[in-house]
Write a protein that binds this ligand. Structure first.
Ligand code: SAM
Length: 302
């Protein structure tokens, strides 16, 4: 069905929005946890929207997913077991599975409705990753999964919805949760998380980074401009080895050595731009002393 002049409005903060023309609504469904929508946007094509926020669009999802996965991966030596918490579209899974060193990749998402949407409509995102024999898909709350978990992972990637009040994900940005992540991380392991937008929510970006530093002893951040998100997007990492100082030549050499071909966003030049954080953001991060806790969690403005 064609809905010309039908608009989807994404509120980035309570005082600003980005209006997108919608060509078609494929399906919308209220799950136990959130409102899930798959639409065709005139500008960005097929797009997944959860609780009024664009999660990713077919035309630029590669920017977000490559940023979340590859800088961390290049800093680690031949990891064998990965855990993705969230990641409904299957695109983070797709990027992780590019590395032949993995024997098992567990993906834990709370919402089977998002997974159904992904399997039904989003083959361009997951590209068959759910069927890879190394993939183990679990439908469960990430907190519950980690509380029970006894395995060790070399890589843990948090690809979650933004920490909004009443969302199923806001507790997965707190120090209590990062302690659980740490307990399941192998000695040489590393983590990455989406860290909200320094353009729209510099507070949550810097608090997430500081909370990781508080729990893991250090953190690094990168930023990428994602057109469908209308601003800079932030990523926070912990790795026992440094990520940001890797030279452009080293990034390109490692990608080649690990057989990672066909990326659309990330390479040595992009690495340099991701980790060249603008001065005012660096200052903000340097002065940050808050941490997100269960009693006082950080939220994005809504
Ligand atoms: N790119 C994204 C963004 O911009 O926010 C994140 C994408 S991904 C679709 C987010 C996933 O996190 C969703 O599939 C959602 O079901 C999942 N999620 C939210 N809370 C969760 C929880 N407590 N445990 C596991 N998965 C969760």
């Amino acid at each position: 069905m064609i809905y010309r002049w039908h608009w989807f409005i994404e509120w980035q903060t309570p005082s600003e929005f980005h209006a997108h023309e919608i060509e078609r609504v494929y399906q919308e469904q209220k799950s136990k946890y959130q409102e899930v929508k798959l639409v065709e946007l005139t500008r960005f094509g097929k797009s997944l929207i959860i609780d009024g926020k664009i999660q990713s669009t077919v035309s630029d999802e590669f920017i977000y997913h490559e940023s979340l996965v590859h800088p961390l991966m290049l800093s680690l030596r031949d990891p064998e077991r990965a855990l993705i918490i969230g990641g409904g579209e299957g695109a983070t899974l797709r990027e992780v599975l590019r590395y032949n060193s993995f024997k098992e990749v567990v993906m834990v998402d709370i919402d089977d409705v998002v997974i159904e949407f992904a399997k039904k409509y989003m083959a361009q995102w997951h590209k068959g990753a759910f069927e890879d024999k190394r993939t183990k898909l679990v439908i469960e709350d990430g907190i519950e999964y980690l509380r029970k978990n006894k395995d060790e992972f070399d890589v843990i990637i948090l690809d979650l919805t933004d920490p909004m009040k009443d969302s199923p994900s806001y507790k997965l940005y707190t120090s209590t949760f990062y302690e659980l992540v740490k307990d399941s991380l192998s000695h040489n392991g590393g983590i990455s998380t989406q860290a909200t937008s320094p353009s729209f929510s510099i507070d949550s970006f810097s608090v997430i980074s500081n909370t990781i530093r508080h729990v893991f002893g250090k953190s690094e951040v990168g930023v990428s401009f994602v057109p469908a998100f209308d601003g800079l997007w932030g990523f926070a990492f912990y790795s026992p080895n440094s990520i940001s100082p890797m030279s452009q030549e080293r990034v390109d050499r490692l990608l080649e050595e690990k057989g990672i071909n066909g990326l659309q966003y990330y390479d040595g030049t992009t690495h340099y731009s991701m980790f060249s954080i603008p001065k005012y953001i660096r200052k903000y991060l340097e002065n940050e002393n808050r941490i997100s806790t269960d009693d006082n969690p950080i939220y994005v403005p809504a």
